[in-house]
Design a protein around this ligand. Structure first.
Ligand SMILES: Cc1cc2nc3c(=O)[nH]c(=O)nc-3n(C[C@H](O)[C@H](O)[C@H](O)COP(=O)(O)O)c2cc1C
Length: 399
């Protein structure tokens, strides 16, 4: 197995299982939630190609690009020319989510992920947002803190978390090679406002860099998820115990970032059933219900449920619960193709579908879906390798 394949396995294969845009009148007619709503009064059934109002944004289609870590930024975490090209190639997406982006230089987990924590990283991302906007696209930054998935061999500091429980039975890549995850340091209650402030600062920088909004990464066992889910969070303060307490950090981050961008330019991604990074939750239904209700109260622009495979019974049930309690743009992800995406929208189970691997290998995915064209296959050997191979050289239909 190549190093790249091993890194992919370590990162993801092991998972079981803004700029203001004037609303165009056709887009204004698109409803975000009603399964049988019509566009422009034409009584067309909704599908992936229907426009969508997602919070403050008017999207031309419902085929969204998932956050995808590709580790092309190098140790500075500054977006470079290659990243400008990669993201702008995918501007046809209804909305692009960036790779999970470091909000603090001492929270790196993946060696080479993009960052947004100083003037240089901000300037790098500004080139990305300008290139995407110049091609008519829209882009949200996925803001992220790795928590216990980080390592002192990368960052020079012990990782932090909700508890002192390490990620078990797995290795992480560091400059010294593959090593076990470390025992994290549980954050003291009085340190938590500082974490919330890091997210607020990232929202300020995201706005300055020209992003159309942000997505708070609350999935995959990142720091926010380490508070959300009870396999890790064993705290006895106001950030642990009940679901209300476990969701407190997420909601404080939502409020802090919404104070900068407006709630309609903030969204949340959660993955209550995904076990990647040694995560589990004993009350996934209740957790989704509570988070969905709280995001609804706050007018948050989108909620994304990231599943391993969308069509499993427990996954379908969570999507139903989210739909019932959250009336903003509900996004689903995990194993969708074009047909299952159209069906989810037609049946009102989702407002938009988030595509990961398909967008990675098909910069013109929207066009390919429209023409029912074959898709390029993912080259798993180049997911995290340096350079443009397997990053910016996937062919388009026109090529
Ligand atoms: C190479 C790779 C990198 C990923 N990086 C991220 C990431 O940075 N943030 C995140 O939330 N999910 C990440 N994911 C998960 C994807 O966003 C998505 O949830 C997953 O690919 C499932 O969607 P799909 O079935 O359409 O591929 C990554 C997945 C892959 C394959």
């Amino acid at each position: 197995m190549s190093d790249a394949q091993r890194l992919f396995n370590a990162l993801y294969a092991a998972m079981p299982g803004i700029l203001d845009q004037p609303l165009n009148p056709a887009l204004a007619a698109a409803k975000t939630t009603s399964p049988d709503s019509s566009v422009s009064g034409a009584h067309m059934p909704l599908d992936l190609f229907s426009p969508l109002n997602l919070g403050a944004l008017a999207l031309p289609n419902r085929i969204l690009m998932a956050p995808l870590t590709r580790t092309r930024a190098g140790t500075t975490h500054i977006p470079n020319d290659l990243m400008v090209e990669y993201y702008s190639q995918r501007a046809g997406a209804g909305l692009i989510f960036t790779e999970c982006t470091l909000i603090s230089p001492d929270a790196s987990a993946y060696l080479g992920e993009g960052g947004l924590f100083d003037e240089a990283t901000q300037a790098g991302w500004m080139r990305v947002t300008e290139a995407v906007h110049a091609k008519g696209g829209r882009i949200f930054m996925q803001v992220w803190h790795a928590g216990r998935a980080a390592h002192s061999d990368i960052n020079g500091v012990q990782p932090i978390s909700s508890s002192n429980k390490p990620i078990r039975n797995d290795l992480t890549h560091t400059p010294k090679g593959k090593v076990p995850y470390e025992t994290p340091r549980p954050l003291r209650t009085e340190e938590i406002p500082g974490i919330v402030e890091l997210f607020r600062q990232s929202a300020i920088r995201a706005k300055a860099a020209g992003f159309d909004g942000i997505q708070i990464h609350g999935a995959h066992g990142d720091l926010v998820d380490q508070f959300l889910r009870d396999s890790v969070n064993d705290r006895s303060d106001q950030y642990g115990g009940s679901i209300e307490n476990r969701a407190r950090l997420l909601l404080e981050i939502v409020d802090a970032t919404a104070s900068v961008l407006g709630a309609d330019r903030v969204g949340v991604r959660i993955s209550p059933l995904v076990a990647f990074n040694d995560m589990a939750e004993s009350q996934p239904k209740e957790l989704v219900e509570y988070v969905a209700k709280e995001l609804q109260k706050r007018g948050v622009g989108h909620l994304e449920l990231r599943h391993e495979q969308w069509d499993q019974p427990a996954e379908l049930e969570l999507a139903k619960i989210a739909r019932e309690h959250y009336k903003g743009a509900l996004l689903l992800n995990g194993g969708f193709d074009a047909d299952s995406g159209h069906a989810a929208i037609r049946e009102g189970r989702a407002d938009a579908i988030v595509y990961g691997k398909a967008f990675l290998a098909n910069p013109d995915l929207v066009q390919r879906f429209a023409k029912k064209a074959a898709l390029n296959a993912v080259d798993f050997t180049t997911l995290y390798s340096p350079g443009g191979k397997g990053y910016t050289d996937y062919p388009t239909l026109a090529a």
